[in-house]
Ligand binder design. Sequence first.
Ligand code: SAH
Length: 239
Amino acid sequence: MTHLGVWNIIYSEGTKKMNAISNEVEKLERQRADMVQYQLRDRGIRDERVLEAMGRIRREEFTPPSTRRLAYYDGALPIGEGQTISQPYMVASMTSELHLAGDEKVLEIGTGSGYQTAVLASIAKSVYTIERIRELHSKAVLTLIDLGFRNVSARLGDGTQGWEEAMPFDGIIVTAGAPRAPEKLMNQLADGGRLVIPIGDRRSQSLTIFTRKGKTFECRETFLCTFVPLIGDDAWESN
Ligand code: SAH
C-alpha cells in the first residue's frame, strides 16, 4: 500500500470516531431537552431558573462512565460506594422548594456525584456542600472544578453538624433520608430561610420543608420519596 493509502485509512478511521462522538453528544443533548420537557415541565416543575440550569448542565459528566448513556434515565442511578445520584425530578423539586432568586448562600448535605451541587451553584450565589465518603467527595470536587464552578466550597465530614463558620444559610438541602431534622441545621438557617429534607424511616420518607420564622419553624410535608440514609451523629447509625 502507498503511503497515501495508509494515511487515507487513518484519516477515515479518525473521521468515523469523531462522527461517533458528535452523534453521542447530539443524542445526549436531545435526551437532556426531553428530560426537561417530559420529566420536569410536564410534571409541574415551574421554576424557570431550575429548568434552565437542568437544561444546560451535562448530567452525563456526573454519572459513572458505565452508566453514561443512562444519564437522563427517569430514576436514581448508582454512583459507587452504595450511593446514588437522585432522579432528575427529585433534584428539580427539591431545588424549586428553596425558592432561589440568585443571591442566596446554600448548604447541601450529601454531595454524592455533585450534580445537585452544580444545579444549586448555577442558581444561587454560593454553595457549601458536605459529603461523608472520601471517594465521592474527591470525585465530585474534581468534576465541579473541571466544569468551571467557582462558587462551591466542599468539605468531607458529617453534614448533620452543618457548617458553622459559614452560617446563616438562606437554604439548606439534605439529599439523604433522615429520622428527623438535625438540630444544628435548623439553627444554621437564616430568618426566612428554608430547609428541605426527606424525613421518615430508612425505607420511605416524606419530603419535608421547614421555613424559619424568627425563633419558630413552619413545617410542610410534600410527597413520599426514598433516599439513601443520612448517616451521622444526629441521624441514622451506619449499620
Ligand atoms: N446530591 C447527590 C445525592 C447523593 S446520595 C447527587 O446528586 O448525586 C446522598 C449522599 O449523602 C451520599 O453520597 C452519602 O454518602 C451522603 N451522606 C449520607 N449521610 C451523610 C452525612 N451525615 N454527611 C454528609 N453526607 C452524607
